[in-house]
Design a protein around this ligand. Structure first.
Ligand code: 13P
Ligand code: 13P
Ligand code: MG
Ligand code: MG
Length: 365
């Protein structure tokens, strides 16, 4: 019997501005998922938030892309939006791009990461949730977890990891995908993964047996909406131990707060700060971008946990470094590379300014 983990997320409203999902929204989602558990559609669930994004972590036996499970998540977000509207929360229903559900939540605004697997005798899983960034923010940390021996010692000292991993990569601009293997195609792989706004890791599998190792939400909300409606703050599910990177190897890459897009108005680069749940609230200049890591053991579909993995003093230096980098980047004000390059801002409000100026441009003789 297989277990499916579905993490479906959306920003349906927050206080104050794009800050923090209101507890009443999480409570409404809890109420709806509790009912689904009672009715045995779900085995278990955990509702959380990273900043203004509400995350539904669900386990069930229905497989990936299941209509009932997706509809459940959609309904939870619709009902939470009604609460958000009553409270006049900021961005009520921000990520819901449609009024009606049409069979699959993909393409409707919410982000989705799912994986189905046969449980091992012990199956540790880490769920990452980000705010103020985009799916490509996971490219570097996932590459390090599954391909960098200086991060994951197991790639060197555990024979069960020696076969390497295979990366499924989406081109989110052209809607194409490609699968590449590591370590043999590492340099070609990195040529793609470095372009974080376009090429994003969707799935990682172990090559020796094709077992699923990681699954990432890759929705590009700003592209779907055709105009800027908020950044596509991503989530990821990663399995660990016994033939996968150890739990500590899975969280190790986040000790380096790398630069990602999505800070302030979805238009600025900033460091990705790893935080415990209590600090998953981006404040300064609506940031800097945040990531939380929730560790679970999956027991016959039950979610045992979570362990709040970045609520750990050994990440204090990473947070201090992130604050220093944030300060350095902020000093650039409206200049690149703090502000995103113009082509990345195609869907934001900058083109409006350019349009206003266009008639004033004349040829240089
Ligand atoms: P244990 O021996 O405590 O199970 O740990 C193994 C391991 O992978 C630690 O990184
Ligand atoms: P979110 O994508 O998290 O809603 O943030 C949008 C924004 O404009 C932050 O400044
Ligand atoms: Mg928001
Ligand atoms: Mg957000």
């Amino acid at each position: 019997m297989k277990t499916t983990i579905s993490v479906i997320k959306a920003d349906v409203g927050s206080i104050a501005g794009h800050g923090l999902a209101h507890p009443a929204l999480l409570a409404k989602c809890e109420e709806i998922l509790a009912k689904a558990k009672e009715e045995e559609l779900l085995i278990d669930y955990y509702v959380t938030n990273c900043g203004d994004d509400t995350e539904l972590i669900m386990t069930h036996r229905q497989g990936e892309e299941n209509e009932e499970v997706h509809k459940l998540a959609w309904n939870a977000f619709i009902e939470a939006t009604a609460v958000a509207k009553q409270l006049k929360l900021y961005g009520a229903g921000q990520d819901l791009l449609s009024d009606t559900f049409s069979g699959n939540i993909k393409g409707m605004g919410p982000g989705v990461a799912e994986m189905e697997f046969k449980e091992r005798p012990s199956d540790p899983v880490v769920v990452f949730c980000c705010d103020k960034t985009e799916p490509g923010a996971f490219n570097m940390p996932l590459f390090k977890m599954f391909a960098d021996p200086f991060t994951t010692a197991g790639l060197v000292i555990d024979p069960s990891l020696h076969g390497g991993f295979e990366f499924e990569i989406f081109d989110v601009m052209e809607h194409k995908k490609v699968t590449m293997t590591c370590p043999d195609e590492m340099y070609d792989l990195l040529a793609l993964l470095g372009t974080i706004s376009r090429y994003v890791i969707k799935r990682i599998r172990r090559r020796s047996d094709n077992e699923i190792a990681a699954s990432i939400s890759t929705e590009r909300l700003n592209l779907l909406a055709g105009k800027y409606v908020g950044k596509d703050d991503p989530v990821a599910i990663v399995r660990s131990q016994s033939g996968f990177p150890a739990a500590g190897e899975v969280v190790e890459p986040f000790a380096f707060p790398h630069l990602v897009g999505g800070w302030m108005r979805g238009s600025h680069n900033g460091p990705l700060m790893p935080v415990g749940q209590k600090n998953a609230y981006p404040v300064r200049f609506d940031g800097p971008p945040r990531v939380i890591a929730l560790g679970f053991q999956i027991a016959d579909g039950e979610l045992v946990g979570p362990a709040d993995m970045f609520d750990d003093p050994s990440y204090d230096r990473s947070r201090a470094l992130a604050s220093d980098i944030a300060e350095y980047m902020r000093r650039h004000g409206p200049f690149e590379p703090h502000r995103l390059p113009a082509d990345e801002m195609e869907y934001t409000t900058l083109p409006g300014v350019m349009e206003k100026l266009s008639e004033r441009f004349e040829d240089i003789k």
